[in-house]
Design a protein around this ligand. Sequence first.
Ligand code: 13P
Length: 250
Amino acid sequence: MRKKIVAGNWKMNTTVPEGVILAQDVVAKLSEVPSDVNLVVAPSFVHIAQVGEVVNGTSVGLSAQNCADEVKGAYTGEVSAQMLSSIGVKYVILGHSERREYYGETNEKLVKKVNLALAEGLTPIFCVGEKLEERKANKHFDVVGEQVKEVLFTLSAEQMANVVIAYEPVWAIGTGETATKEQAQEIHAFIRATLAEKFGALAEEISILYGGSCKPSNAQELFAQKDIDGGLIGGAALKAEDFIAIAKSF
Ligand code: 13P
């Protein structure tokens, strides 16, 4: 049985006091969420310690949105995987399209980040997804296949078993436009088949989340798809009510 996961990527939103309240609101509604659904919140680095105090001891997992591609040392402004694990962080989002696009994250850098995160016992939520022009040119399978192969195919099976994948079509992020359930299922199945080329039956155990304008009104039809194991939620994760409604959509 694959893990069902609903993760909230808060991106660069909320002040610290607002983030603490948001986390408290999520925890207050936890009893509404089926026990087999794993909730994760990913606030900014600045929030993590305080949000951690709210969610520690609950079933909500704490995630970062990024980590450094070096172990430690003279890398001003960076946050290491070890720093994150030292304060109880369990997950780290890596390779989000916004980081690939605005901060020059390459697959090469992501190999280093994924390895460092795994070495610290963090679960990478590894993001893949194509841009609009790539989808229009029917290149989405090539693009996503390459992202999976160049990064995840470098891992051992033991490492891969601890990775979660998020498929986020860039054209659906923050645009209100969602991939149809058929489009999403098609590419999730493709990602799983690609993983199987290298990892065999393990591919069936890997959770693959959908992200991109996922909200209470469309989560149910998306999560009902055979290869969709949950969601990576942006905007709708900033309202506890919507985030919890999504988590109840399996
Ligand atoms: P939205 O849900 O706001 O489209 O963002 C999705 C996303 O990028 C999550 O990582």
